[in-house]
Design a protein around this ligand. Structure first.
Ligand SMILES: Nc1ncnc2c1ncn2[C@@H]1O[C@H](COP(=O)(O)OP(=O)(O)O)[C@@H](O)[C@H]1O
Ligand SMILES: [Mg+2]
Length: 328
């Protein structure tokens, strides 16, 4: 399952994604946690010290190795240098699985032991000015898009990304690479305006978007979100003393989270599991190709100096065999 948490800075993306990750890990599910936010805070939110977090390898600085691995023996991709962040997999490409050892995880993933269970963490690395500008090829989140486009994941396996809702992900297609996107929104006009903007991009691509209200304190907050977001509102997480304790440097056990908020985590899991059952491998691959062609035309062909459309393997569908086996 490929899941993203997006929203305005400060809305609680990192807090809720870390809690969701801990909730999944506590149930024994395999989880890859991905920090793709401008502010790299997921490591500390999962209990790493600042020094440990600073020492995390970055996906951004391992792009050549990642590309070399994923390319495999795909004859349409002649070298890692010719691979851009949207280059789709084809026959011969190496696909990734959540539960396996591979050179990408060996170089970039770090295990994190939690109070219940454990996960592997990948981090894009801190963003620079360049990453946020118009120069698409600098994008750190490009590594995440490549991983998602090559990942074959089954039910009860989770790839959870703490992500920026920025122009980067809209330009590249990253925002379409998830089974489900949780938009975290505080009950404020700003929180809701980020939702509207996201929704506008998302609806043309059939992106499954659900709003998770956060720091909701009472009926007025709830009524506001219901009114502004309508049926897209999945659930709301309350203002939490447990989270405040975490902020003060305590290490509260997951099982001491307020029961109402723990129920919210269960709702998120149920929604994610349902989204996985509804996925359409063919459409997923078609969209990868769509964004690849768009990026090729807008900057990729000029940058690499070849026609990147030749990288598309028209007969390939990511996860098609898996879907067949499951009778989809
Ligand atoms: N439900 C909550 N109750 C209390 N404090 C919260 C809650 N959610 C988030 N916070 C606090 O709000 C701040 C921003 O949260 P964070 O998860 O870092 O946001 P983001 O990742 O979206 O920038 C943090 O100080 C966090 O502890
Ligand atoms: Mg954050």
């Amino acid at each position: 399952m490929k899941i993203a948490f997006v929203g305005k800075g400060g809305s609680g993306k990192t807090t809720l994604s870390a809690l969701f990750i801990r909730h999944l890990a506590a149930a024994g599910s395999p989880v890859i946690a991905v920090d793709a936010d401008i502010n790299q805070h997921l490591g500390p939110a999962l209990g790493l010290t600042d020094e440990q977090a600073a020492a995390l390898p970055s996906l951004g600085s391992h792009l050549p190795q990642i590309k070399e691995h994923l390319r495999g023996t795909n004859p349409l991709i002649r070298s890692a240098e010719e691979m851009i962040k949207t280059t789709p997999p084809g026959r011969g490409s190496r696909l990734l699985r959540i539960v396996e050892e591979n050179p990408v995880y060996a170089a970039c993933a770090r295990p994190i032991a939690l109070d219940e269970g454990s996960v592997r963490l990948l981090a894009t690395g801190a963003f620079t000015e360049e990453d946020l500008g118009v120069a698409c090829y600098h994008s750190k989140v490009g590594a995440v898009e490549l991983l998602l486009n090559h990942l074959v994941d089954g039910p009860e396996e989770y790839f959870v990304t703490d992500m920026t809702a920025g122009s980067d992900s809209f330009a590249s297609g990253l925002f379409t690479r998830f089974d489900l996107t949780f938009l975290v929104a505080e009950p404020t006009r700003k929180g809701v305006s980020v939702y509207r903007q996201y929704k506008e991009y998302a609806q043309d691509f059939g992106v499954r978007l659900r709003v998770v209200g956060n720091k909701v304190q009472g009926p007025d907050d709830l009524a506001f979100l219901r009114r502004e977001v309508g049926d897209d509102l999945l659930t709301t997480f309350g203002h939490s003393d447990w989270v405040r304790r975490l902020e003060r440097g305590d290490e509260p056990a997951l099982r001491t989270l307020e029961p109402a908020n723990r129920t919210v985590l269960e709702q998120l899991k149920a929604e994610a599991d349902a989204a996985h059952r509804m996925r359409d491998p063919r459409r997923y691959t078609e969209q990868a190709v769509h964004f690849h062609l768009r990026n090729a035309e807008s900057w990729g062909n000029a940058k690499i100096g070849i026609d990147l459309a030749t990288q598309v393997d028209a007969d390939f569908v990511l996860g098609a065999q898996q879907a067949e086996a499951a009778g989809v």
